[in-house]
Design a protein around this ligand. Structure first.
Ligand SMILES: C[S@@+](CC[C@H](N)C(=O)[O-])C[C@H]1O[C@@H](n2cnc3c(N)ncnc32)[C@H](O)[C@@H]1O
Length: 386
């Protein structure tokens, strides 16, 4: 089998990043955007020792789960992976992947909005043109619209793409509660655009210092540099599930707490809650959130999670994609806590960490399609002490 050779293959499986899988002479070949059971003429574009990659030349028999992508940038900007199939099939593929990875049944927390769900975007600017970086080629894909974004963000992108963006490297736009926050990063000291909150190089310029989301009767403040979940429906799913998994007890640790949203969400279930988070801006918001929600049983600490020592009845961890460090795994194994709820945006590091948490047993696992049409999803696991 050589590069550029063409074959007719039948797709026998699908992976979790939008590839169909076939075999040629028993060697696996991944074909971007191919779907289960399709018969396809492909061309070999990569031939490694253990696997090959192919591209679709002609679909001979089409899956009834195939749809026309709703985006002209699909496969160019690198953001979406499942626009070539139905939303239902994307969920089926993600569920299958998780069930195979964890070798167990995985609950699904429903998401209605497959598009326009993102409340934040970071755009890159090269030579005055604005767009997304393709995560594989690192090339700029110039855009003036993205179907995943809140429509108000798209209006701002369209406006910005007609402006002079000289000396600007990056623009962050957030839309919370219909208000727009913009943070311009670059070699500039002033910029004028109509919005509710303007920052330049993370320095406040005008408008509101932070935006406030209102959800489930709670108020959550957000500075430009703070972490905030990008999909409101997914956030509610995960927080409600975390609340039901964690139950009630005396004390809770919310490790990697961001702006303190999870602790505030379940503040009635505990006498004492401690949130720990490394990012100063998020901790500033967490303390504002405590105040504006009149919550007195939470304390927020700005520190690296690896420095946590105190013991708690229950623990929630919600680390970034790379998962838990060895120090945190050791802390959790020796914590004596009855329950750990692990929220994760990366199933592979979740699996690795659950295997390392050998003093705990996985009791239940669910996920929500927090990032529809992309390869990502958000899982939530509850573990009990053995
Ligand atoms: C996925 S977010 C979760 C935030 C929060 N639980 C929420 O739902 O909004 C992960 C958070 O971990 C923080 N973080 C990353 N590395 C950390 C570390 N070593 N120690 C503590 N926090 C860290 C990030 O700043 C980010 O706010």
């Amino acid at each position: 089998m050589n590069l550029n050779e063409r074959y007719i293959v039948k797709i026998i499986d699908e992976d979790n990043i939008g590839n169909g899988i076939a075999k040629i002479d028993n060697k696996i070949i991944f074909i971007k955007n191919a779907l289960l059971n399709e018969e396809i003429e492909i061309e070999i574009i990569k031939n490694n020792k253990n696997y090959m990659k192919g591209k679709i030349i002609n679909i001979i028999s089409k899956s009834n789960k195939r749809v026309n992508p709703v985006c002209k940038y699909y496969n160019k900007c690198g953001g979406c992976n499942f626009l070539h199939t139905t939303f239902e099939n994307e969920i089926k593929i993600k569920t299958n992947y998780l069930e195979k990875l964890f070798n167990r049944k995985v609950g699904y927390l429903n998401i209605n909005n497959e598009l326009n769900y993102r409340n934040k975007v970071v755009l890159h600017i090269i030579k005055g043109k604005l767009g997304y970086f393709n995560d594989k080629t690192h090339e700029l894909c110039i855009i003036n619209h993205c179907n995943l974004l809140n429509p108000k963000i798209n209006l701002k992108i369209d406006e910005l793409s007609k402006m002079n963006l000289k000396n600007i490297n990056e623009i962050m736009i957030r839309c919370i509660n219909d208000k727009i926050m913009i943070n311009i990063i670059g070699n500039i000291s002033n910029f004028s655009i109509d919005c509710d909150s303007l920052y330049i190089n993370n320095n406040y310029i005008n408008g509101e210092k932070y935006l406030i989301d209102e959800i489930n009767n709670y108020k959550f403040s957000i500075y430009p540099e703070s972490f905030y979940q990008i999909n409101r429906e997914g956030m509610t799913n995960i927080y409600d599930k975390a609340k039901s998994y964690i139950g009630t007890s005396n004390s809770l640790l919310d490790l990697y707490c961001g702006t303190g949203t999870i602790g505030i969400w379940m503040s009635n279930n505990f006498n004492k809650i401690v949130g720990m988070e490394i990012n100063e801006s998020s901790i500033k918001n967490a303390n504002i959130n405590k105040k504006i929600n009149n919550i007195n049983n939470i304390e927020f600490i700005c520190d690296d999670a690896k420095n946590i020592k105190e013991k708690f009845d229950s623990i929630i961890v919600d680390p970034p994609r790379n998962g838990l460090s060895k120090d945190v795994i050791d802390y959790l194994n020796n914590s004596g806590s009855n329950k750990i709820v692990y929220i994760s945006c990366n199933p592979n590091t979740l699996k690795r960490d659950i295997d390392l948490l050998n003093k705990y047993e996985l009791i239940d696992l669910s996920y929500t399609n927090m990032f529809p049409r992309t390869k990502h999803c958000e899982s939530i696991a509850v573990l009990e002490r053995r």
